[in-house]
Structure formats: structure tokens, C-alpha cells
Design a protein around this ligand. Structure first.
Ligand code: ING
Length: 311
């Protein structure tokens, strides 16, 4: 009897600065209803799914960004999402900006939670790879200030046994780094949930636009195949107050094949009945880590940060 999990990638269209959380949560619930009607047991929402992608703006004082952060999850404005999920018997993944007081200090993370069908939080992940810059660059079309507004995540890349399988999470830029998937893969991960907010314009290099979609697929597909895991990539897409975010949400099989793809840049549900045993043959053959990996030759990966030319 194959272990299957019908998962929904619940892509979001743009969230503008003026959009209230109440309005956004209503959209999330509509997508959850559509996913539940299609028989999905798990709904995956994007990165920063409650607000606009605010790291595109410079704020002199960090306190000005507080309005984008959640101090508790669920909170007053997200409780209805948890309650509806419990009523429907559906679990979900949600990306959001987390503000927390720990050891007398305020910490801000780009976070994601995994919530069970009973409405209880199973696990939390805090984004580790923070792209962009920390200083104000007034001469570019928009900022990318995740290094200013968030701390590097402090939970590592954990996995959880849930929904009949072994699940892990990553957030946006994490998906571009093979280390993300390999650390999860070394824990036997069978499905990686990844929300993203990816500007279509590269502000650092005049890159041809077609590469945005290629790099997204390349990162998700290689991560899936090289670790024999399902990968669910979910976008917040479209033009948020004029700044374009890529769509391209997709569900990738452990073979690396894209089995479902969003067609729009709007709120859209795509779904697939995932066979959680499909990755087993990959884990037991071509990527049988125990049999083939040679960590004694990989030390640079863990010990060296930047590239060093020594020849
Ligand atoms: N966004 C982008 C991402 O990694 C980016 C940043 C865009 C990096 C294009 C490199 C190239 O998809 C977030 N939020 O990480």
C-alpha cells in the first residue's frame, strides 16, 4: 500500500502595501477551500504570505517594519485560518515575518510554520540564506533588504514526521543552495516545502529575463532529484505596487520531473497526489548516500565560506 499525500501549492497573486491582513487571510481561506475540495490534505502557501514583500523598501527605523511582522502565530488576524484548517481537517505551511522576544531581545526572522490537520503547529523554520544587501542603495529600482530586516535562521534545516512522511521546509533563496536539500536529504526527507517571493528583475546584474524561470526550475528540480525527495515550490507572484514577482509555482517529483505547474500570476491552486515512496529507489541507488558519498573529500563545503583560489 503506497503512502500517498495529496498536496496543494496555493500560489498567491500580489499583495499590495494597502492590503489588510484580513483581506489576505480571506484569500488564503478561499485557496484552502479549493484545495480541500480537491482532496488535498496539505496546503503550501508562499514566503511572507501575509504581507507585501516589504524588503523591497528602505525604512530608516526598523520599528517602521513592525507592522509587517507577526508576534504570535496564530494571532488575532490569522486565527480564522487555523480554525478553518481544523474544521476542514487540512494541514498547511505558511510563510510569514516573525518578531519574537527571546532572552530580553527582539529578534526578526523570515519564517515558515507547518501546521497539522488539528490546527496545531508541528514545526517552524527560519530562513538561513538571506539574499540582497543591508545598506540603502537609492540608485536601483527597488531594494532587497532581507539582510537588514531579518536575522539568519537559528533552527538549522530540521525535518518532521508528519502527513505520513518526512517533511522539511526551506524559504525562497534557500532553494538555490544545494546544501539546503542535502542537509534535509541526509535526514531522509521525502517532501520539501518552499515558499518564494522572487523579483523578476535582477537588480545586481542585467540578466536576460528568461533566466529567472530557468534558475527557479533548475534549483527545485536538481534539489529534488539529487536527494530523492518531492519539492513543492510556491510563489507569491505578480506586480506588487508595480514591482513584478515571478510565478512558476510547481510540484516536483523525486525524479526531478515537474508534475504540476501554475499557469497564472494570480491566486491559483495546483495539486498532485504524491507517492511518498517514489523517492526510495533513488535513495537506494544513484543517491544511496551511505554507499556512495565520500565526506572525507567534502570538508571545504562545511569549513570554508567563500571561494579561495589557491592555484
Ligand atoms: N528572493 C529571491 C530568490 O532567491 C534572488 C532573491 C532573486 C536571488 C534572483 C537571486 C536571484 O528567489 C528571495 N526572497 O530570496
Amino acid at each position: 500500500m503506497a503512502r500517498t499525500l495529496k498536496v496543494a501549492a496555493a500560489q498567491l497573486g500580489p499583495i499590495h502595501l494597502a492590503d489588510s491582513r484580513r483581506r489576505v487571510v480571506a484569500r488564503l481561506i478561499d485557496l484552502m477551500h479549493e484545495a480541500a475540495s480537491a482532496g488535498c490534505r496539505l496546503v503550501v502557501y508562499p514566503e511572507l504570505a501575509l504581507t507585501t514583500f516589504f524588503p523591497r523598501y528602505w525604512y530608516d527605523d526598523l520599528v517602521e517594519t513592525d507592522r509587517f511582522f507577526e508576534r504570535e502565530m496564530p494571532g488575532q488576524e490569522t486565527r480564522s485560518l487555523f480554525e478553518e484548517a481544523k474544521r476542514l481537517g487540512v494541514g498547511f505551511h505558511l510563510g510569514y515575518a516573525e518578531l519574537v522576544r527571546e532572552s530580553g531581545r527582539t529578534h526578526r526572522f523570515n519564517s515558515a510554520i507547518l501546521v497539522g490537520a488539528d490546527g496545531v503547529v508541528i514545526g517552524k523554520y527560519r530562513k538561513i540564506h538571506l539574499p540582497g544587501h543591508a545598506e540603502h542603495r537609492p540608485n536601483i529600482p527597488f531594494q532587497h533588504l532581507e539582510k537588514r530586516y531579518f536575522e539568519v535562521g537559528d533552527f538549522g534545516f530540521p525535518v518532521w514526521r508528519a502527513f505520513g512522511g518526512i517533511l522539511g521546509m526551506a524559504i525562497c533563496n534557500d532553494r538555490r543552495w544545494p546544501e539546503t536539500y542535502r542537509v534535509l536529504g541526509l535526514q531522509g526527507v521525502e517532501m520539501v516545502l518552499i515558499g518564494y517571493n522572487t523579483p523578476t528583475r535582477n537588480i545586481y546584474y542585467p540578466e536576460p529575463p528568461h533566466l529567472c524561470a530557468l534558475h527557479n526550475d533548475l534549483a527545485l528540480q536538481s534539489g529534488a532529484y539529487q536527494n530523492g525527495t518531492w519539492v513543492v515550490g510556491v510563489a507569491k507572484a505578480g506586480a506588487e505596487d508595480g514591482q513584478e514577482l515571478m510565478a512558476g509555482s510547481c510540484i516536483v517529483a523525486p525524479t526531478g520531473e515537474i508534475v504540476a505547474r501554475a499557469l497564472t500570476q494570480e491566486d491559483e491552486v495546483i495539486a498532485h497526489e504524491c507517492d511518498l515512496d517514489l523517492g526510495a529507489y533513488i535513495k537506494n541507488s544513484v543517491f544511496n548516500f551511505a554507499k556512495h558519498r565520500r565526506p572525507e573529500h567534502y570538508r571545504r563545503i562545511a569549513e570554508q565560506v567563500g571561494a579561495r583560489v589557491e592555484v
